[in-house]
Design a protein. Structure first.
Length: 649
């Protein structure tokens, strides 16, 4: 029952948390409008701001930063030149570009800052230098650069840079095995991200922080961070990130009603499919496979793990493919299907080698050890467990480190070596205690927050009573937040068996829930059911957007843009168009565009505009697209249409 209540609370939070927030598309539109009249340094700042909002399109981001570099050079301002070169280096560090190219840009940026007469550089430069050193595994230099970034950012209260720097320091601490420092820095990063102005960046970062807490064996804290990330991503209408969050919070909904978890995961699958994001799709498919494996529904688990492998291969995410193949092997191990186990392990080894990273190797050796152990090849099992154990220690992955210690202890127990079994059991216990001690301050803080829930609710009710006309939804938001954090502590659970692996999310548009989704019998599709009130509201808004606001005249109009304009999500817009007209989105928009074109072709505009000009005036991106749509709907070419009406036929 607790999980069901939590689901209701989170849906209420989803429905009301977007009030007053600026979506990513609105941010883009606002900045683009300001950019059209900006000059000099102001133009540079706006170009950099706009580039950061195109985190999902690296080519567009590159183009905008290159424009910023050119503008900074044109106005001969060393400080702006340094700023733009730093931004360009940041993008290269995020791409697969060799780190040396970023190093050269950062050296040029440092030189430009010196030319500007500054003794202390922008904190962002220090942070990007730290990222570079971290990427080449020079952790000492990376930590020194992080300290300089914090020293310069603190007086300026640059929360975003502080948050990013603390997060990087946490990664460095994890590499060094400093569990207390890791937890403290991760907690600092999470707080700064929540305080920064860029809620989009904060929401995306909190996903990573939540998963890092999970990996470190602190799943209860990780789940709370993911719930906060959900709220931030809803505020900024990031459906891509919401899909990842649905995957990672679906386990909070697990109860006797299996459809609650399954439906949440299917929602994320639908989003990834509509965004044509194969890497994310594989992530969701793997989580669904993990769920079914945890429910001992092997046939369904195998089906979804195989789909995961296909999606991961398509996106060349070899780490994810390795994880899924290992999950598949785990299922076959439980069923003692020898040939299928070997085939899955062969697959996972291929993907591990392609991925060439420690985490893939940890997962592969751990799975290999389980198989050898189940087949009573204890010597080989011990070798592989130790390989996984050592890599887990190097990477700072507490979950695998603990599970390997426990498995080795049990293995020694099986072969009758009680002394060794006790040795590894003690290591397991000591490591677990160190994690508990490291997280105790955070847990106390979280507990205090939860104990204050009743007080928050009282404040919310008081707010409602005292200010009924100012913001009728504010009290509900506060109540929702208070109850959410009180309930999440009671409902946090893990998916099925702990030996299954969640594939890592990609470096990553609103998805509000107000309808009901149910699964068909084969559980492969989701049927969306909207109430009559919601349907009528959406249809009225859609007609207004098309007939009065004429949004179809925007050449780059997307389903997502239209959903934002209607303050809903793409699933609902797509469904209402299909149910009321029988058309898909493109065909529906083209109906209006062709009608507009017909009016222009029969008006005086036809004497002034070319066919191509009429196409663009009607909302088409190109003459060829216009001609194809016109012929499809009018069964003739635009020229034939003009001739027909000239002759009065």
């Amino acid at each position: 029952m607790k999980s069901v209540v939590l689901l209701v609370v989170l849906e209420l939070l989803t429905a009301f948390s977007v009030c007053g927030a600026e979506t990513r598309q609105q941010q883009k539109n606002r900045v683009a409008k300001q950019l059209s009249t900006a000059k000099g340094g102001a133009r540079v700042d706006l170009l950099l701001q706009l580039s950061s909002q195109h985190y999902d399109s690296i080519n567009i981001a590159y183009s905008l930063i290159q424009q910023a570099v050119s503008e900074a050079s044109r106005i001969h301002d060393p400080a702006y030149i340094a700023k733009t070169l730093t931004a360009l280096a940041s993008l290269k560090l995020s791409d697969n570009t060799p780190p040396d190219s970023a190093a050269k840009l950062l050296a040029k940026a440092e030189k430009a800052y010196r030319q500007s007469g500054k003794t202390l550089f922008d904190p962002e430069l220090y942070y990007q230098q730290a990222r570079y050193f971290y990427k080449i595994k020079n952790y000492v230099q990376a930590n020194n650069a992080c300290k300089r970034a914090v020293e310069t950012a603190l007086p300026l209260r640059q929360s975003l840079v502080l948050a990013q720097t603390y997060l990087l320091q946490a990664r460095i601490a994890r590499q060094s095995g400093e569990i207390n420092a890791f937890v403290e820095l991760l907690n600092k990063a999470e707080k700064e991200f929540r305080q920064c102005d860029d809620k989009g960046a904060a929401g995306r970062a909190l996903i990573g922080i939540g998963l890092m807490f999970n990996d470190a064996g602190m799943g209860d804290i990780g789940q709370k961070v993911l719930v906060r990330a959900t709220r931030l991503c809803e505020q900024t209408s990031d459906s891509l990130f919401m899909a990842y969050l649905y995957c990672n919070t679906a386990n909070a909904y697990k109860s006797s009603d299996i459809n609650s978890t399954v439906n949440i995961l299917h929602k994320s699958i639908l989003i990834f499919k509509r965004l044509k994001n194969d890497k994310g799709l594989g992530y969701a498919q793997n989580m669904l496979g993990m769920y079914y494996a945890g429910q001992n529904q092997s046939k369904k688990a195998i089906y979804w793990f195989n789909l995961t492998i296909n999606s991961k291969i398509k996106s060349t995410d070899w780490q994810g493919a390795c994880f899924a193949a290992c999950n598949l092997a785990d299922v076959y191990i439980s069923e003692k299907k020898y040939d299928l186990i070997l085939a899955s392990l062969q697959q996972s080894e291929i993907y591990m080698n392609k991925a060439n990273d420690k985490l893939s190797a940890i997962v592969y050796y751990d799975t290999r050890a389980k198989f050898e152990n189940s087949d009573k090849n204890y010597s080989d099992a011990l070798t592989h467990y130790n390989q996984s154990l050592q890599l887990s220690l190097e990477l700072g992955d507490a979950n695998f480190y603990l599970s390997n210690l426990k498995a080795i202890s049990e293995l020694y127990q099986s072969i009758g070596n009680a002394e060794k079994a006790f040795e590894y059991l003690k290591k397991y216990s000591d490591t677990g205690d160190s994690i508990k001690n490291a997280t105790q301050p955070i847990k106390q803080e979280e507990l205090q927050h939860e104990l204050n829930s009743e007080q928050l609710i009282e404040q919310a009710v008081t707010l409602k009573n005292n200010q009924p006309d100012h913001n009728p939804q504010a009290w509900l938001i506060v109540v929702t937040l208070a109850v959410t954090f009180a309930l999440i502590a009671l409902s946090t659970k893990y998916f099925g068996r702990n030996n299954l692996r969640a594939v890592a999310p990609a470096s990553l548009p609103s998805y509000s829930e107000t309808g009901i989704e149910t699964l068909s019998d084969d559980e492969k599709t989701v049927k969306l059911v909207l109430s009559n009130e919601v349907q009528q509201l959406l249809w009225t808004g859609l007609l207004d957007a098309m007939e009065n606001q004429k949004c179809y005249l925007q050449p780059d109009l997307t389903l997502h843009d239209l959903a934002i304009q209607l303050d809903t999500n793409t699933l609902y817009v797509s469904k209402i168009i299909n149910d009321r007209t029988g058309y898909n989105f493109s065909s529906y928009i083209n109906q209006y565009r062709i009608l507009e074109a017909c009016k222009l072709l029969l008006s005086d505009s036809q004497q002034i505009l070319s066919i191509e000009g009429i196409a663009h005036s009607s909302g088409f991106n190109s003459k060829s697209a216009f001609n194809a749509a016109f012929r499809k709907l009018q069964k003739m070419t635009p020229t034939e249409f003009i001739e027909k009406h000239k002759t009065g036929l």
